[in-house]
Design a protein around this ligand. Sequence first.
Ligand code: BES
Ligand code: MN
Ligand code: ZN
Length: 499
Amino acid sequence: MEFTIKHGSPEKLKTGTLVVSAFADGQLDKAGKALDKASEGKLSALLGRGELDEKAGSLVTVPDLAGSACDRVMVVSLGKQDEFGEKAWRDAHAAVAKALLAGPSAEAAVCLADIELPGRSVEWALSQLARTIADAAYRFDTTKNVSRSKRTRGVSKVTLVTRNRPTDAMKAAVEQGRAIAEGMALARELGNLPGNVCTPTHLAETAVELGKAYKFKVEVLERKDMEKLGMGSLLSVARGSHQPPKFIVMHYKGGKSSEQPIVLVGKGITFDTGGISLKPAAEMDEMKFDMCGAASVLGTFKALAEMKLPLNVVGLVPTTENMPGGSATKPGDVVTSMSGQTIEVLNTDAEGRLILCDALTYAERFKPACVIDVATLTGACVIALGKIPSGLLANDDELARELVDCGNSAHDRVWQLPMWDDYQELLKSNFADIANIGGRYAGTITAACFLSRFAKAYKWAHLDIAGTAWLSGDAKGATGRPVPLLSTFLLGRCQSRGD
Ligand code: BES
Ligand code: MN
Ligand code: ZN
């Protein structure tokens, strides 16, 4: 998707589709008023007849509007003026993005960046708009024979029209929105690929290619390297699989060499059968999405490299399948993690934490400024929070607050759950230092408590994306979350330092 910013008279814009907005009472935005004037009242007459449904995101398209240079004008409803807020604003954006990607025009001009939302800047609006439109262009057809590159409709060039002359900050904001959508597209693609294609080896190859394309260092540790490091917990999950496990280490160095890196860790279970504690058959196919944490780390690296952020970031991806088999780990087995702590594997389906804990120990060597892990970790998180926010647990309240703020700004929201010490006793084991499950209660919290035992050396936050990484049913597919949150977090870390 190609974006440009322009200011000036919308009625003179020669483009395919020109998008303006109106409230439910028919009141057009500034660009809409200019078009209306040029058309001698045709547009307002049309709205006056009730052609535009009042629900935010409803659309009406007017071809060949008199006085305008474009092929068609699209008016999007912002809903009732007294109910207007971020939800209506987003519904309008999403509807426009969808329509532009389905419509006949290859080029469009969108006049939505100047709609005022309390507390939000025009740069913020531009970045969100660019991201929404670019993300709407993503299609999955990699494993289809027929529809590949069949898309002939939809925009590929978008002009974002603003009231004021575009500044460098506005251009940068659009570029950020576009870069984030590219990162999301990579995360979505990896998530959507089936388990027989997206193996640990495929994730490792993708990371290596990313490193080559953007010139950052990528290491891939093999089973023997992990054995040497003592990653007995990670390796215990890989025992049932015929696919070799990988441990991917990405080094993005955009900051000073003395600067402590931010470490991102992503769960990369390329298929989770549950292992010997086998999952039921219904919807088991969705466990191909159990590497969406890993995919979001790779996607964030893509966005980060596209934006050329002046930061040091390390990406860690422990990746393996979780399969049953003759040599698979059994319930009751005790394994030794890289930290030295022993773990009683009471349920082989609680495997995410078993691969993450060794990655968290590995992270210590980077003396990180902070560590954020991202994982489709618990079904309990979907029960608690649904598919709206990701779960957030942290050993540092300031870091948690920063992530909550970034999630709100990026509309990739998170909700913090408590991680009080009181929960830790649920993880007691008679046979090891810790058990890998905590019983029926507070499953998301006990999973995070487990991880916290391996994250004592630094500031750490955990994102449980079990509910947010993909959608089910008709819309089944990866969402690309939390790439927007993580990218916004990294952007924030640059800005707070003043560069
Ligand atoms: N990958 C699953 C979590 C999951 C389940 C995410 C369903 C999204 C939808 C994870 O490895 C898992 O199986 N967790 C278990 C933990 C339990 C055994 C303590 C779960 O949530 O049931
Ligand atoms: Mn599992
Ligand atoms: Zn899993």
